[in-house]
Design a protein around this ligand. Structure first.
Ligand code: PLP
Length: 485
């Protein structure tokens, strides 16, 4: 099974074609700027040679990667399919319409907008559309305008005041939410009056009654659900019930777990798309597509989401929309469901590997694609743990834990995800070995004095970890058959 997953990135015959395509492409690049060609080769070597456990990263297929390197990059296409501000967009229309169709079919969404350049951009488009949806109609009527473009400067002044008085309730950063879910210093915390919900201090789990109580008291226009570092599933039906009770719009940011939704691991109440008014995502994390974003919405929000470009976004990246179409077509294949289930099974195995070695996990485990390791039991900060692991060739990222005593910079946790190594074909037994390697590195790392950054890794540990990782990585090569020599 594991190798089938890896092979799905490079079907028979594709590896040879990909090798010759990239060899020639790198020669062309080297003829202009050889240092870029060299860095590109080096990046592949580095990615092949490290244990990538960053929960938000993955490896896109050669088909997805190659689709991004074309002349679609040269085309301006502001507007929407069939309604462009530029001439000559007939092929971009084909691409955008196909990507949107795949997205609608894959997620069962009434409407899909595939232009956002990233997850943050998708969230900004969603905020804009929710504000426009709620605030616009009375204003348009009051000012006898047919759309926002007909409002005067004075109208906008008044509208700005109204927009500034809207409220957003989102998950706090240290509970696992994202910066754009209302974190005060972020634009989302400035354009809205914000309040945040957290997790239960005892269990680390979302407490729906507490969210409901906050929503009743605060009465937000928008409730944002979704997360970057929460290792559990969310009941989106319940979140919608809370939103309905207070008359709020439910926006779900599924950037991290879109692959588990696409792969039908999260269904029913755990599938956000039928429950949320607006769902946003990235396309490059567990969904395994190109770097980018998307907005899915119920029909009533479609017209406002469509105004994302040029109201909020710059011109669409047509070459990336093409790659999104390819990635979404891949995600509609049955193999993707096998992949997604393996991502979740592997995360369980990683978590169990830690627990049986007495490591501490936020919420005591996982039922999605990530685990959040609390490294204070090793006497370390997240920053020290992340650095020591990197010395040993294990790529992770430090992350806050709930009520983090070390703050958002040094942190007390390390976030680990399974999407990337699962794409390489790692299975449950190998993730147990990954847990063993990580525990070995952390148990042999000591802080220096009171420093939250300095540490010493005991002699020989980095070398033995790299040797053990190399064995695992060699068993599951990245892009097997892709040879740049
Ligand atoms: N939303 C969530 C939940 C995320 O975790 C992230 C990134 O990590 C984003 C949005 C932002 O995505 P991007 O980096 O593509 O803007």
């Amino acid at each position: 099974m594991a190798d089938e997953l890896n092979d799905s990135l490079s079907a028979p015959g594709v590896a040879a074609l990909t090798s010759s395509a990239y060899r020639q492409a790198l020669e062309v690049i080297a003829s202009v700027e050889p240092r870029i060609a060299a860095a590109t080769r080096q990046e592949l070597a580095d990615q092949r040679g490290s244990l990538k456990l960053i929960a938000s990263e993955n490896y896109a297929s050669p088909a997805v990667l190659l689709t991004m390197g074309t002349w679609f990059s040269d085309k301006y296409a502001e507007g929407t399919v069939g309604h462009r501000f530029y001439a000559g967009c007939q092929n971009v229309d084909t691409v955008e319409a196909l990507a949107a169709e795949h997205a609608r079919e894959l997620f069962g969404a009434p409407y899909a907008y595939v232009q956002p350049h990233s997850g943050i951009d998708a969230n900004l488009v969603a905020f804009w559309s929710i504000l426009a949806h709620h605030v616009e109609t009375p204003y348009l009527e009051k000012h006898q305008a047919r759309n926002v473009n007909e409002l005067t400067e004075a109208d906008w002044e008044e509208l700005r005041h109204e927009l500034g008085n809207q409220r957003l309730l989102g998950m706090s950063l240290d509970a696992g939410g994202h910066l754009t879910h209302g974190f005060r210093p972020n634009i989302s915390g400035k354009m809205f009056h914000q309040q945040q919900y957290g997790t239960d201090p005892e269990t680390g789990l979302l407490d729906y009654d507490a969210v409901r109580a906050k929503a009743r008291e605060f009465r937000p226009l928008v409730i944002v659900a979704g997360y970057s570092a929460y290792p559990r599933r969310v009941d989106f039906a319940k979140m919608r019930e809370i939103a309905d009770e207070v008359g709020a719009t439910l926006m779900v940011d599924m950037a991290h777990f879109a692959g588990l939704v696409a792969g039908k691991v999260f269904t029913g109440d755990e599938d956000p798309v039928p429950h949320a008014h607006v769902t946003t995502t990235t396309t490059h994390k567990s969904l395994r597509g190109p770097r980018g974003g998307m907005v899915l919405a119920q029909e009533e929000f479609a017209a406002d989401v469509d105004r994302g470009c040029p109201m909020v976004l710059g011109g669409p990246l047509s070459h990336v929309m093409a790659a999104k179409a390819v990635a979404l077509a891949e995600a509609r294949r049955p193999e993707f469901q096998v992949y997604a289930q393996s991502v979740a099974d592997n995360a369980k195995s990683l978590a169990e590997g830690f627990l049986k070695r007495d490591a501490r996990l936020v919420t005591g485990g996982t039922d999605n694609h990530l685990v959040l390791l609390d490294v204070t039991s090793f006497g370390l900060t997240g920053r020290q743990a992340e650095s020591a692991l990197l010395d040993a060739g294990v790529v992770t990222n430090r992350n806050s834990v709930p009520a983090d005593p070390n703050g958002a910079w040094y942190t007390s946790g390390v976030r680990l995800g399974t999407p990337a190594l699962t794409t390489r074909g790692f299975g449950a037994a190998e993730f147990d070995m990954v847990a063993e390697l990580i525990v070995d590195v952390l148990a042999n790392t000591s802080p220096v004095g009171d420093s939250k950054a300095k540490y010493v890794l005991a002699d020989g540990v980095a070398d033995r970890t790299k040797a053990a990782s190399a064995e695992l990585l060699d068993k599951h090569p990245l892009y097997p058959g892709l040879d740049l020599a």
